[in-house]
Design a protein around this ligand. Structure first.
Ligand SMILES: Nc1nc2c(ncn2[C@@H]2O[C@H](COP(=O)(O)OP(=O)(O)OP(=O)(O)O)[C@@H](O)[C@H]2O)c(=O)[nH]1
Ligand SMILES: [Mg+2]
Length: 546
């Protein structure tokens, strides 16, 4: 007779945001955590298997909010009987008051994370022991980042014999509450300015380093490619066009490697360090009061900042935004979050034109127009002074662990090499074939009157169109034939228009999936109208001023 399979127990890990649920799930199952110091970083439930048990890591619950992530967590809580309740040692009383009613009627254990922030003493241990005696539920205090093998075993064993959570139990308050130490970011006058400076730092460093790296690499690469070019000139006309034509692989490829790669790597490292240290959260708290007139909360700004790496994960992470501002936040990411490919390509174009300083007016105009656009598309309620901050408490600043920074960076780099580069190569291939067929001249002729509206020559049409597929398509502006006919103002206008006219194709598809095709279509029409108006203002306003 076949033996019955052992029964699997499913336990849901539930708790407020950033209380260490993901870290704990990973430590219990021996997997590496995908967590970061961003509140609301787990967006969907993730299953972990350990022996016969299944642990479900749920997104953090944000009280008095309507975020999609909170709804997901509450649905998981409803669906399962055994729960591992996570409460934060620094705010034990608040967490118990808020979470115990949700656990009533279920069975499970309580793990107190961030125990490393509580001074070990007889008093603290006694408080925990009294709760255990009064409720008959296990309370296990841990530092989830450094779970001892003994604690791991204790938690897993306690989960085998979960106790019911008492129905109406009022625990004796522990009486302590530990808040993170204030920093300069919380300074009433300078905090906001410091936050802006820290926000701009990655861009400034990226410009500086990318210029330095390109200065060294570009001549080397060009010298290395020269003999190859001589060899390839004997090829038939189509392969020659594809490899060495105006938009050819060898003509455009080095620009991508020399400009986009250092920018992508640097942005990834910076974002990784900012996220893992808790700095992003602190920045957004400091900037929240300044953002309200634009209908965004500090919480949304975190997502817009994350869009600097790539807009796609940033759009997905808006699931943790309030329903009231989520669509505004998505619109802001699609419009103004210059992803690292877009930024790298922009730097490449400015530098190929020998005008690296253009990055300053570019970023200033992009920021200004994004704020105007966001203000216009946000609902009035989001701009009201009653729109209080949807971040429950200040995060603890930690020295970021190298492993955490590397994990963030690796994700971005993987995406860059497996997604971005192949699509960029495809773009150059399509452009080369179109050019070889003579279609680009015909197309440019058709679009000519439109480009003329922006005071741009017909050559600008192709980069603008291709940048709507992928943002680094705007590198095609750096093609020498195009650059030689453009004035600095025209370069600025062209790069701005190509950057903001439409979100890249993958971002647009993500928005459609996260919201609806209808919302994505409306967003694209709205964004295109705004981009056209802002570009007209730049082209003609700049010409009048210049
Ligand atoms: N000092 C300390 N830090 C911790 C502890 N547990 C987690 N962290 C850190 O707190 C941050 C958030 O941890 P996560 O595991 O992502 O928290 P979470 O509850 O899954 O967060 P959400 O999914 O966003 O709700 C990470 O930077 C962790 O390294 C702990 O016990 N002590
Ligand atoms: Mg999590």
């Amino acid at each position: 007779m076949p033996t019955a399979p052992p029964t699997q127990r499913t336990t849901v890990i539930v708790g407020k945001e950033s209380t260490g649920k993901s870290e704990l799930a990973a430590a219990l199952t021996g997997q590496s955590p995908i967590s970061s110091n961003i509140q609301g970083s787990t967006l969907a439930c993730e299953s972990y298997q350990t022996g016969d048990d299944i642990l479900i890591d749920s997104p953090g619950i944000l009280f008095r909010s309507d975020t999609a992530t909170t709804r997901t967590a509450l649905a998981q809580l409803q669906a399962h009987d055994t729960i591992l309740l996570v409460i934060k040692a620094t705010h034990v009383d608040d967490d118990l008051t808020d979470l115990l009613p949700l656990a009533a009627g279920k069975q499970g254990i309580v793990v107190i994370t961030f125990w490393d922030k509580v001074l070990p003493s007889d008093f603290t241990r006694q408080v925990v022991r009294r709760w255990e005696q009064a409720s008959q539920v296990r309370f296990i205090p841990v530092d989830a980042r450094h779970l001892h093998p003994g604690q791991r075993l204790q938690i897993l064993q306690s989960l085998q014999t979960p106790a019911p959570f008492p129905q109406q139990w009022q625990p004796i308050p522990a009486g302590w509450r530990i808040e993170p130490v204030p920093t300069w970011l919380e300074h009433p006058r300078w905090g906001g300015l410091l936050a802006i400076a820290l926000l701009l730092l990655p861009a400034v460093v990226a410009v500086w380093v990318a210029n330095g790296v390109a200065g060294v690499l570009d001549p080397l690469l060009q010298a290395g490619l020269a003999p190859l070019a001589a060899l390839l000139s004997r090829l038939p006309s189509l392969p020659q066009e594809i490899l060495m034509g105006r938009y050819g692989l060898i003509t455009m490829g080095p620009l991508l490697f020399v400009w986009a790669v250092p920018t992508v790597v640097l942005y990834a490292l910076f974002l990784g360090a900012y996220k893992a240290s808790g700095l992003v959260e602190r920045l957004t708290v400091a900037l929240h009061p300044w953002l309200r007139p634009f209908g965004l909360s500090g919480r949304d700004l975190v997502r817009v900042i994350m869009g600097f790496g790539c807009n796609v994960p940033a759009v997905i992470s808006t699931r943790a935004c309030s329903g009231c501002s989520r669509q505004t936040c998505i619109s802001a990411i699609a419009f103004g979050s210059a992803c690292s490919y877009q930024f790298g390509a922009t730097l490449g174009v400015f530098s190929a034109a020998n005008l690296p300083g253009l990055v300053v007016p570019y970023l200033a105009y992009l920021t200004l127009t994004t704020l105007i656009y966001t203000h216009l598309v946000s609902p009035k309620a989001a701009r009201s002074t009653h729109n209080t901050l949807m971040i429950e408490r200040r995060t603890f600043l930690e020295v970021p662990r190298w492993s955490a920074i590397w994990r963030e960076t690796q994700g971005t780099l993987n995406q860059f090499f497996t997604n971005a580069i192949p699509i960029f190569l495809l773009i150059t291939l399509i452009a080369s074939v179109l050019d070889w067929l003579g279609l680009i001249t015909t197309l440019a002729g058709l679009i000519n009157p439109l480009m003329g509206l922006f005071n741009l020559p017909p050559e600008a049409a192709l980069p603008v169109i291709l940048a709507s597929i992928r943002k680094d398509g705007l590198l095609l502006f750096a093609e020498p034939g195009t650059l030689s006919v453009l004035t600095p103002l025209q370069i600025l206008t062209g790069v701005y228009l190509a950057g903001v006219l439409l979100p890249c194709l993958v971002t647009a598809l993500t928005i459609a999936r996260e919201q609806s095709v209808r919302f994505a279509a409306a967003l694209m029409v709205r964004q295109a109208i705004a981009a056209i108006l802002f570009s007209l203002a730049l082209a003609w306003g700049g010409a009048v001023l210049g």
